[in-house]
Design a protein around this ligand. Structure first.
Ligand code: GDP
Length: 197
């Protein structure tokens, strides 16, 4: 995908603050520090559009961006960082669930995992819940530069065993080598029914 423009629109915590509009929307979610900001910045070919966090997990806002005036891109707050205060953690679930449940133009959610981890039961349920809402889920396994080829194959198999029906919907990625960038755009474009890119 050729990026012509990428701009920040606004931050929101509740539905009344979401930007209006009907551009097809794609949201990114993952555990704090998983590499979500790095992934978004690489996808949109901008160094600092999404903020890489100095203090992981503290920014609990839903950030809206617009790409090429055609796609709305949403950076959902990261979850699960141990040092985040309880109050902030407690707010995450309703904020994100409200967004997923209410956002009409949301077409696809990219769920990002560190290739070295395995999904928790909560993450597993979250993915199932999103799919039940009729929203397509794309799973990206990131930081693959940190593992050997053999453990990459092994880890991928573990993820496939969690989500066997999604075995063609896993994309491996590295913010260092940028492998996976085009594959993600291709799937995203399919999921939001864009053509010509
Ligand atoms: P976020 O909290 O999910 O937005 O994560 P960030 O994008 O801020 O990344 C967290 C840390 O992981 C930073 O130190 C990044 O430089 C590093 N990181 C992100 N992606 C990769 C990757 O693909 N490979 C490696 N080796 N490090 C990464």
């Amino acid at each position: 995908m050729k990026i012509i423009s990428a701009k920040f629109i606004k931050s929101a915590t509740n539905p009344s603050q979401y930007p209006q509009g009907s551009l097809p929307e794609i949201a990114f979610v993952g555990k704090s520090n998983v590499g979500k900001s790095s992934l978004i910045n690489i996808l949109v070919s901008r160094k600092k559009l999404a903020k890489t966090s100095a203090t992981p997990g503290r920014t609990q806002l839903i950030n809206f961006f617009e790409i090429n005036n055609r796609i709305s891109l949403v950076d959902l707050p990261g979850y699960g960082y141990a040092r985040v205060p309880h109050e902030i953690k407690k707010n995450w679930k309703p904020m994100v669930e409200n967004y997923l449940y209410q956002r009409k133009n949301l077409k696809s959610v990219v769920v990002i995992f560190d290739i070295r981890r395995t999904p928790s039961r909560d993450e597993f349920s979250m993915i199932r819940w999103i799919e039940e809402l009729g929203i397509s889920v794309l799973i990206v396994l990131t930081k693959i530069d940190k593992v050997s080829k053999s453990s990459l194959t092994k880890q991928k198999k573990i993820f496939v065993s969690f989500f066997p029906e999604k075995k063609d919907d896993f994309i491996v990625f590295s913010a260092i080598t940028r492998v996976g960038k085009e594959a993600i755009w291709k799937k995203v474009a399919q999921n939001i029914s864009l053509s010509g890119d």
